[in-house]
Write a protein that binds this ligand. Structure first.
Ligand SMILES: Cc1cc2nc3c(=O)[nH]c(=O)nc-3n(C[C@H](O)[C@H](O)[C@H](O)COP(=O)(O)OP(=O)(O)OC[C@H]3O[C@@H](n4cnc5c(N)ncnc54)[C@H](O)[C@@H]3O)c2cc1C
Length: 254
């Protein structure tokens, strides 16, 4: 499954060399100029996802731009996303170098590729929905937890919606098994889920928990000469607990 609209990607980049005092002093002027450049097409929407002119030069993480249409489906589409990402960084660099105190701005670190937030999801035996996720539904065949808020990046930026305290979303085994597949499991952001649930479950700790659960299930299936769907859940949970994973039932209301 893949949405017609997908989240923008990001070319993670940090900058260095600007004079912080001068930037601080001219903050308002810099924003005004940024908005003018945006209007004139010298900068593009998404060059800073917040619209805040100094977000990229203040950011330690470098996760500040939105590359719309970023698509990792093929080498050609990924190359296009990389070109678009580098175009964004070049526009920003040109802008910062035009500022008083920004003349010596340069790239500190830039990732080799534009990172893509949203790609393909499998259609699984079960589909994790946003309601399942935000209500903290404990599936009968839950194999691990997720934890992150709904986190959909779009043309307006990103506004994560926090989960209510005590909400522990679970991932069902069925969302890791492609529909009709007997001896195959997936783990990570390709899990069977709707777009909004996926925007939350895609984060790294959740992907790792899914990977560990899928690995344990696959091993038990091979050992018992059965399919992943037929491995008793109690055995999966016990094996996960033996490897110090956070197991279903362990998290209680706070
Ligand atoms: C800009 C950005 C910022 C993010 N920030 C955060 C954050 O702060 N915290 C957080 O938790 N998450 C963050 N995420 C989300 C998170 O990083 C990803 O959703 C997550 O890493 C996905 O993990 P995965 O294992 O499903 O996929 P991936 O990490 O993409 O792993 C898939 C692997 O499969 C490999 N592969 C692909 N095709 C083949 C093939 N044919 N053969 C062999 N190997 C193949 C790829 O090279 C890759 O190594 C961010 C994502 C983006 C794009």
């Amino acid at each position: 499954m893949r949405g017609e609209t997908r989240q923008p990607g990001t070319l993670v980049t940090t900058f260095k060399g600007f004079d912080p005092k001068s930037i601080r002093k001219n903050r308002k002027l810099i924003q005004q100029k940024y908005d003018e450049w945006l209007k004139a097409g010298k900068l593009k929407k998404g060059d800073t996802w917040s619209g805040n002119a100094i977000q990229p030069i203040n950011s330690g993480s470098g996760n500040t731009n939105h590359i719309f249409g970023a698509d990792s489906s093929t080498a050609a589409t990924q190359t296009q996303a990389n070109l678009d990402g580098r175009g964004c960084i070049m526009r920003l660099l040109t802008f910062y170098r035009s500022l008083p105190g920004g003349e010596k701005t340069s790239i500190d670190k830039m990732m080799t590729e534009t990172a893509v937030r949203e790609t393909y999801r499998i259609k699984g035996e079960a589909v994790l929905t946003v309601d399942d996720y935000t209500s903290g539904r404990t599936f009968d065949d839950a194999v691990c937890y997720s934890f992150y808020p709904i986190d959909l990046h779009d043309a307006h930026g990103v506004k994560p919606e926090k989960l209510k305290p005590g909400t522990f979303p679970t991932i069902p085994r069925g969302a890791l098994i492609p529909k009709g597949a007997k001896n195959m499991m997936v783990a990570g952001r390709c899990l069977s889920s709707d777009r909004l649930a996926n925007s939350a479950a895609r984060v790294q700790a959740s992907c790792m928990a899914m990977g560990q659960a899928a690995g344990v299930t696959a091993t038990l299936a091979v050992t018992r000469n059965t399919t992943p769907s037929d491995v008793p859940l109690s055995e999966i949970h016990t094996a996960l607990a033996n490897h110090n994973a956070v197991v279903i039932g362990e998290l209680k209301d706070v």
